[in-house]
Write a protein of this length. Structure first.
Length: 556
């Protein structure tokens, strides 16, 4: 029988591209021994993830905040915690104890691919490797493996003899800068920054080199993190340990040229490991590992070292390791000795005690503590109007196998745009006009359209598109929805499926990716979907005789 299309339209407010810490790509963190935080509901909730990392790690979400994959630089796990195809041994070196082991960078101009940059841990020097620490990269393609992703390139080498610091900062011309730092070895070499320009054309393997600071001593700059301010204009660099000066420095970063200048001393405290900027970029927090202290600095003060304020002090047995600014504007602190809680700074823009530090703010799964927190994910910058953008899809579908199906999108967006069309999460066309055609395949097609705003050659996802369900092929008929019942919607974690014993239920997100599947064994089945990210999902219930029912539910 003929059926008309069912569609839902979603509108996403465009956000200021400078607020990189607030983009939804960072809404799920994965770190430590399968630990994680989900910020999609506002307040973070502890979740279990696939990641196993002693120190540095990274995770990335799509633009709606749904987890895509996680990594510690040597392995990559999909959103269900399963190793991706070719997702083991990304590099021929170890990363498990690297301070900042991994950075994930969306490939500019390619909406499905991501770079994973990996840094070797210094301990590999015991193997005789004279290039410790090495920088390498891999590529993940999320259009493969049914939308769960696969590694399509790994083991690529960029540079050696680096420290364990690494971060990414958006550029000003549809590009991203990957920034690393060397360490002072036995030759008393100069401390240096290396900024690699990443564009739609690829990675420029000749970096922009800048003077990397004034600390001296063998192994200076080897350990400790490097963090960028939320607006991308400054870098803070921690020097955790060396036979020389320790502490923290502040630099200016030019996102147009990649040059790093304007060195200022923050402090010369020993054991400075973790750093985090406040959301407004005016405060810097530092954690002193093995000492157990947490300090705040006023970066607008005439003398930054004199502005030091002791926020918290613990015994060395409960020492801090790294800090990270969350999508909610709060800073979270990890400890390598605590396995039950993360600490939190609730008002990091505020000076002194009013920054509101809480030692046991977030309960996490009771697994061994972690040194590291995930590196932030950034997107390329380009001008955005600040208006809303939306997309919906219309069309009546001829269900004859092999026939041509025409879809037309209604787009509300200023300027140039691009639409990526997918069937069951797999891209089949990219258009800069509203219409698309494709050849009907067997069974029920799940079509999604994702809208991207364009500036020059830079495309940025601004709306998660519309979900469209075609008619099923002849011979499959619908059972009236009244014969079974699925509720409640919205749900926070539990679905009840009645009158469908033996049927299979499948949830598909707005990009056509399978998020959940289960088979009912009774006519009163309770399904736990608490691990499914918040959002709207299409539901397909298939009985044992092939009868299908289609509906939708909302997960909060």
């Amino acid at each position: 029988m003929k059926r008309t299309s069912l569609f839902c339209c979603f509108v996403l407010l465009l956000t200021n591209a400078m607020g990189q810490y607030n983009i939804k790509r960072n809404n799920v963190w994965a770190f430590g021994n399968h630990q994680g935080l989900d910020f999609n509901g506002g307040a973070p909730v502890a979740v279990s993830t696939g990641t196993y990392a002693w120190e540095g790690c990274a995770s990335v979400c799509d633009t709606a905040g749904h987890l895509l994959f996680t990594t510690e630089g040597k392995h990559v796990w999909d959103r269900f915690g399963v190793l991706m195809p070719s997702g083991t041994l990304l590099q021929p070196f170890e990363t498990i104890s690297t301070t900042q082991a991994a950075v994930i960078v969306p490939v500019p101009g390619n909406i499905d691919q991501y770079y994973i940059f990996s840094l070797q841990n210094r301990e590999d020097i015991s193997t005789g490797d004279t290039l410790v620490s090495r920088l390498g990269y891999s590529v993940v393609d999320m259009s493969l493996n049914g939308g769960l992703g696969a590694v399509v390139g790994s083991g690529k080498f960029l540079r050696g003899k680096l420290s364990e610091k690494m971060t990414a900062v958006p550029g000003t011309n549809c590009n991203i800068w990957l920034i690393v730092h060397n360490y002072i070895d036995s030759t008393a070499n100069m401390p240096s920054f290396y900024a690699y320009n990443i564009t739609a054309a690829g990675i420029d393997t000749t970096p922009v080199v800048s003077l990397g600071g004034a600390f001296s001593g063998y192994y200076s700059y080897m350990y400790g993190v490097m963090k960028a301010s939320p607006d991308g204009t400054r870098l803070a660099v921690a020097n955790f340990w060396s036979w020389g000066t320790n502490g923290c420095e502040l630099f200016d970063f030019d996102a147009t040229t990649g040059m790093i200048t304007g060195r200022r001393l923050v402090d010369t405290l020993a054991q400075t490991m973790g750093l985090a900027f406040s959301p407004d970029g005016k405060k810097l927090y530092s954690a002193n590992t093995s000492v157990g202290t947490l300090y705040q600095y006023d970066l607008t003060a005439p003398s930054i070292p004199s502005s030091r304020y002791l926020v918290a002090a613990h015994s060395p047995t409960a020492a801090f390791s790294d800090l990270s600014l969350g999508p909610d504007g709060k800073i979270y602190l990890a400890s390598f000795t605590s396995n039950l809680h993360l600490a939190r700074i609730s008002s990091p823009n505020v000076a002194g005690a009013s920054c509101s530090y809480y030692a046991d703010a977030i309960s996490v799964p009771p697994t061994p503590g972690t040194y590291g927190m995930p590196n932030v994910v950034v997107d390329p910058h380009f001008p955005l109007s600040g208006a809303t953008a939306s997309i919906s899809v219309q069309g009546t579908h001829d269900t004859t196998l092999g026939s041509t199906v025409t879809l037309t999108a209604t787009v509300a967006a200023s300027g140039s745009y691009m639409i990526v069309w997918r069937n069951h999460g797999v891209p089949f066309d990219t258009t800069t006009t509203p219409a698309v055609t494709y050849i009907k395949s067997a069974g029920t097609d799940t079509i999604t359209a994702q809208l991207f705003s364009a500036s020059s050659s830079c495309y940025y996802p601004v709306s998660s598109g519309a979900h469209f369900v075609t008619e099923k092929p002849a011979g499959i008929t619908d059972r009236p929805l009244a014969t079974c019942r699925l509720y409640p919607s919205p749900t926070t974690g539990t679905l009840l499926l009645e009158g469908a014993s033996g049927s299979t239920l499948e949830l598909t997100d707005m990009l056509g990716r399978k998020a959940f599947q289960a088979t009912a064994t009774t006519d009163h089945e309770t399904l736990q979907v608490s691990a499914v990210p918040a959002g709207l999902y299409m539901v397909r219930i298939t009985s044992q005789d092939g009868t299908q029912i289609h509906t939708a539910i909302e997960k909060q």
